[in-house]
Design a binder for this molecule. Structure first.
Ligand SMILES: Cc1cc2nc3c(=O)[nH]c(=O)nc-3n(C[C@H](O)[C@H](O)[C@H](O)COP(=O)(O)OP(=O)(O)OC[C@H]3O[C@@H](n4cnc5c(N)ncnc54)[C@H](O)[C@@H]3O)c2cc1C
Length: 402
């Protein structure tokens, strides 16, 4: 009997796994289950070009419908995996089928954390194409927009909304924007830029209550102030989709626990992407990464292992966000740095921050300096730390130290 690999989830991880399996010569059956009814699409544009109206539905597809047929990938849209039995290698689906697999790849992603407040039922969240379409429709009608959460998605939405002429307020519990992942040297640039574009920033306050009044909502903040909005969108983080794995007895700790080859506690079941908790060599601890890079590179790691060419996961983490003219690209994980050095022109919003810990390069955030970002990924991968003099000398080609 032919081997059969079942992949649950057709996001960045699931699609890459299917593509890599065929590219690497896997000739068995591939079944790809997608709870989402839409032809699989990329998520990053949803809060950027898609909502801006610059990218169409077709432009954000991973692959055309033909690609799945040509590559003999049995894509089942609008079908979720509902029950997993690792002992019998069987997966039950919402379509009523029982699939027997040789290997299973869980690429189930994450779900939006929801506001635990009464009255918050009409708050919108952004994760799927359907969410983006709903937010786009509502945005067209709205004049006042409140965004709960000053993280990447909330701020990308704020930039899109204010550029459409809306009155936008961002409510962030922390005293700084994107505080969890960015130090002040970068996040302050974003704060200033949002203010310059007219976004109201309410930092260091939380949301206490929401009340619907006619077509609008009154938001009461923890400092006692209130504001009214026609549209409220929350971007307050995500929770790993571990339900299927956990109920099948796989070890889960804020994510499905995997080893350096992507194997879960049941070796013929793998997990990748947003749902997977792994020991990351760049973070020096177990974590989940919510990024395209991580989903794609973990998919490649799993496929290599499955096809008998094991290579442990060591990819340099990287991420990006686009807000107005600010294109930020992050390489490595800067948490825990003790010093930093700046290369470039801060006044022109064109600079990179090189973070160090005990004299070793830890991470690089590049603002409107894409060449620095590409070089940083290579430096981090090679474990090379340039000197402060080399970093600050704009004439010096940092590729030269590799
Ligand atoms: C609006 C937005 C903007 C983003 N911007 C960026 C960015 O700029 N840069 C960046 O690096 N990352 C960005 N991200 C994060 C990035 O999209 C994710 O890290 C990436 O999609 C993770 O891929 P994944 O395959 O792990 O999960 P996902 O892409 O979330 O795919 C998981 C899929 O699994 C499906 N699924 C779940 N459970 C089941 C089940 N039981 N049965 C069947 N199917 C199931 C879900 O429906 C989902 O489609 C953004 C995310 C969003 C939502």
């Amino acid at each position: 009997m032919k081997p059969r690999i079942v992949i649950v989830g057709a996001g960045h991880g699931g699609i890459q796994a299917a593509a890599s399996l065929r590219e690497e010569g896997f000739e068995g059956d591939i079944t790809l289950l997608s709870e989402d009814p839409a032809l699989p699409y990329q998520k990053p544009p949803l809060s950027k070009g898609y909502l801006q109206g610059k990218q169409t539905d077709e432009a954000i597809l991973f692959r055309s419908a033909n690609w799945y047929t040509t590559n003999q990938i049995d894509l089942q849209l609008g079908v979720s995996a509902t029950h997993l039995d690792p002992a019998t290698h069987q997966l039950t689906t919402s379509a009523g089928d029982t699939l027997t697999y040789t290997h299973l790849i869980l690429a189930t992603g994450a779900a939006n954390r929801r506001l635990p407040l009464p009255g918050a039922d009409e708050v919108l969240y952004l994760r799927t194409l359907a969410d983006a379409q709903q937010i786009g429709d509502r945005l067209a009608q709205a004049e006042r927009v409140a965004i709960i959460g000053g993280g990447f998605i909330g701020l990308e939405l704020a930039a899109v909304a204010v550029e459409k002429g809306k009155a936008v307020t961002v409510i962030e519990y922390q005293p700084r924007l994107m505080q969890r992942v960015l130090p002040p040297v970068i996040s302050d640039v974003f704060g200033r830029t949002h203010l310059q574009h007219g976004v109201q920033l309410r930092l260091g306050v939380g949301l206490q209550a929401i009340q619907k009044q006619g077509h609008s909502h009154t938001l009461t903040l923890t400092d006692g102030q209130s504001l009214t909005a026609d549209l409220v969108v929350a971007g307050i983080g995500v929770i790993a989709e571990t339900g299927l794995a956990a109920s099948a007895g796989l070890v889960c700790e804020d994510g499905i626990r995997i080893n350096e080859y992507g194997q879960t506690s049941v070796p013929d079941i793998y997990a990748i992407g947003d749902c997977a908790a792994h020991d990351n060599p760049y973070a020096g601890k177990c974590l989940r990464l919510e990024s395209v890079q991580n989903a794609v590179d973990q998919a490649k790691t799993v496929v290599s292992h499955l096809l008998g060419n094991p290579r442990p996961y060591r990819a340099v983490p990287w991420f990006w966000t686009n807000q107005y003219h600010l294109k930020l690209q992050m390489a490595g994980i800067s948490a825990g740095f003790d010093t930093y050095v700046i290369r470039g022109d801060e006044a022109a919003d064109k600079f990179s921050v090189y973070y160090f810990k005990a004299g070793k390069l830890l991470a690089v955030d590049s603002l409107n300096r894409p060449a620095d970002h590409l070089n940083a990924r290579k430096l981090l991968e090679a474990g090379v730390t340039p000197t402060e003099a080399q970093i600050t000398d704009l004439i010096f080609n940092l590729n030269g130290v590799l």
